[in-house]
Design a protein around this ligand. Sequence first.
Ligand SMILES: [Zn+2]
Length: 238
Amino acid sequence: MDKNSSPPDCTFCGKNLSVSVLENIAKNGSTYNISECSECEIALTHPFPSEEELTRLYACGNYRTNKGTRFGPIIEFLILLGRILKRRSINKYVKPGKILDIGCGRGLFLDVMRRGEWRTIGTELNGETASYAKKVYDLEILTGDIIQHQLPAEGLDAININQVLEHLHNPKEVLAECYRVLRKDGLLIISVPDLRSPQFTLGKENWFLLDLPFHLFHFTEEGLSKLLERSGFKIRQI
Ligand SMILES: [Zn+2]
């Protein structure tokens, strides 16, 4: 690792990122490193891609097709089935009310929830994808970051963050905002790629879900649990 790529401090606790996970991974004409905080058990991609670089990378044709899809029709169908099963699981823990999907993409998950009598709202950073969800599914979608929209306190029964937290530059602040807008016995459903998974141990920089430089953070189960607890949430494995 050269001098210019020395790890930044941990976003969550401010200490040195003392564990080098991967070094000098070439992607899209840039080189990235991943280092982990031994205390928080969360790793960071560094150097952080600039705002301009992320805008260019997320543009249509790079991250998604211009219909907002990322995969072929069979995988897309399996994803839809998975969402229907997920609604069934959510309904076991909380009665249909209002659900927020952070990073809702084309709105497919919200559409599935609405068919199950949930009221829905989504946030999506990509303006074109948000427009697609509004136009095709007639959903209420807020473009941008959840924090900028200042939703009412404790106004939501459930929040879904599916494979999104690792993309955000401010996961700690977003989780704090989720805690504020979720009602006290509400449900936060969250999933992230696991840096301790056998797939990463075997695949290293070739692991599909490493997804550099789109993934700015790399969570472990322990690290995510600690972060959620620090944000006020009680953990329940489902
Ligand atoms: Zn830390």
